[in-house]
Design a protein around this ligand. Structure first.
Ligand SMILES: [Mg+2]
Ligand SMILES: [Zn+2]
Length: 173
């Protein structure tokens, strides 16, 4: 059965900037391409799962998000990296009510499981927030990495806390 590398977007693929939607503000994090290449080579597919409450808050539109997603995917493709799918949650509980997709809920991962017939137990997730790790655990994803470049986090339910992306997988640092 297919296994997946689940990636959070903001703070893992790109440098976290509040409610980012402009291509000009999108800055890839060091090591993200090498990390993806490593896992593709290990026969994982790559799936992005991202909370985008900026849409519920009307800071940007679905269309803005889709444009940025197409551009981001094309930058990955230039590196020979196929992103199989980008799932996003456009909701915010205070504005659009509760939903089943906003992490830490596992909705997006479960959707991906159905679409790609994934073995979630053998998949892994990388996030920069504890809610990413929890979403993984809630979906039955056992291996997880909390990416904390500022080295501020001391406790996490993740398999490991890392400060560089090259520490995940084989040691490429
Ligand atoms: Mg994030
Ligand atoms: Zn949602």
């Amino acid at each position: 059965m297919q296994k997946a590398l689940f990636l959070d977007r903001d703070g893992v693929i790109n440098v976290e900037k509040d409610y980012l939607y402009k291509i000009d503000d999108f800055e890839f994090i060091d090591g993200i391409f090498d990390l993806c290449k490593y896992y593709l080579n290990e026969e994982y597919i790559i799936i992005v799962v991202t909370n985008q409450s900026g849409i519920a808050r009307n800071y940007y539109t679905e269309d803005d998000f889709n444009k940025l997603t197409r551009w981001m995917s094309s930058q990955f493709l230039k590196e020979g990296i196929k992103i199989s799918r980008v799932y996003h949650c456009p909701h915010h509980p205070d504005i659009s009510g509760s939903c089943s997709c906003r992490k830490p809920k596992p909705g997006m991962l479960l959707e991906a499981q159905k679409e790609f017939n994934l073995n979630l137990e053998n998949s892994l997730i990388i996030g920069d927030k504890e809610r990413d790790i929890e979403a993984g655990l809630n979906a039955g994803v056992k291996e997880s990495y909390l990416f904390d470049s500022a080295k501020l986090v001391t406790e996490s339910a993740a398999t490991k806390i890392v400060s560089k992306l090259c520490q995940i997988g084989d040691n490429r640092c």
